[in-house]
Design a protein around this ligand. Structure first.
Ligand SMILES: CC(C)(COP(=O)(O)OP(=O)(O)OC[C@H]1O[C@@H](n2cnc3c(N)ncnc32)[C@H](O)[C@@H]1OP(=O)(O)O)[C@@H](O)C(=O)NCCC(=O)NCCS
Length: 175
């Protein structure tokens, strides 16, 4: 990949390329139905693509959620992927950082992610998230449930994450 990679908001016309990207990046996991449902929503979702030449080389979604009780606005990060042929070139990191920079628009006080701590730790995510996930996650995934305070003074320390319908599927949290 020699072309410059630019980030921009995803559009409806990107959907086919995004689905192809997820099939390549997650050969053992079918995230396409989730991604399709998230991208059909027009409110409360941030979709960013990394474009290299004519190709979509990376994608991330942030979902606006809340923590109850209290109603704090937080964001859920994911899914995230970079094309296998374009990995380890900073695309994933750029997508995460660009999304985090946009969280002010939602006045989100915290970002949560269920992912590899070895990766998300580099952005400051911490394990032992004090907020409960919407569904039980397997014990051996405990370290994968991570958080990043955006506004430490307002970030909740108790409560449960409340997610919009595309995320209301226990299998997304346990398989
Ligand atoms: C994870 C992923 C998005 C990273 O994208 P990327 O563009 O390759 O990431 P970057 O170039 O910003 O960072 C690459 C670094 O992250 C590391 N890394 C990648 N995946 C990692 C993981 N799961 N755990 C720990 N480190 C990881 C790489 O080894 C590399 O390390 P280095 O900087 O020391 O060389 C990409 O590898 C991918 O799409 N993987 C398959 C799907 C996936 O696992 N998505 C994330 C779900 S949590």
């Amino acid at each position: 990949m020699t072309e410059k990679t630019v980030l921009r908001a995803g559009t409806e016309s990107d959907l086919h390329a995004i689905e192809t990207l997820y099939r390549a990046a997650f050969p053992d996991e079918d995230l396409v139905p989730l991604v399709r449902r998230l991208l059909r929503e027009h409110d409360g979702f941030l979709s960013l693509v990394a474009v290299s030449g004519d190709d979509i080389a990376g994608h991330v979604i942030f979902t606006r959620c809340s923590v109850e009780p209290g109603g704090h606005t937080v964001a859920l990060l994911g899914p995230l992927c970079a094309a296998p042929s374009a990995q380890k070139r900073g695309i994933g990191s750029r997508l995460v950082r660009a999304g985090l920079e946009r969280m002010d628009a939602w006045q989100a006080v915290m970002v949560l992610v269920l992912g590899d701590p070895g990766y998300y730790g580099r952005f400051g995510f911490l394990p032992l998230c004090p907020i409960l996930p919407p569904y039980a996650i397997p014990d051996d995934w405990a370290a994968a449930w991570q958080y990043l305070d955006l506004d430490g003074s307002k970030a909740p320390r108790t409560g449960r994450l409340t997610v919009p319908p595309p995320w209301q599927d226990p299998t997304l949290w346990s398989e």
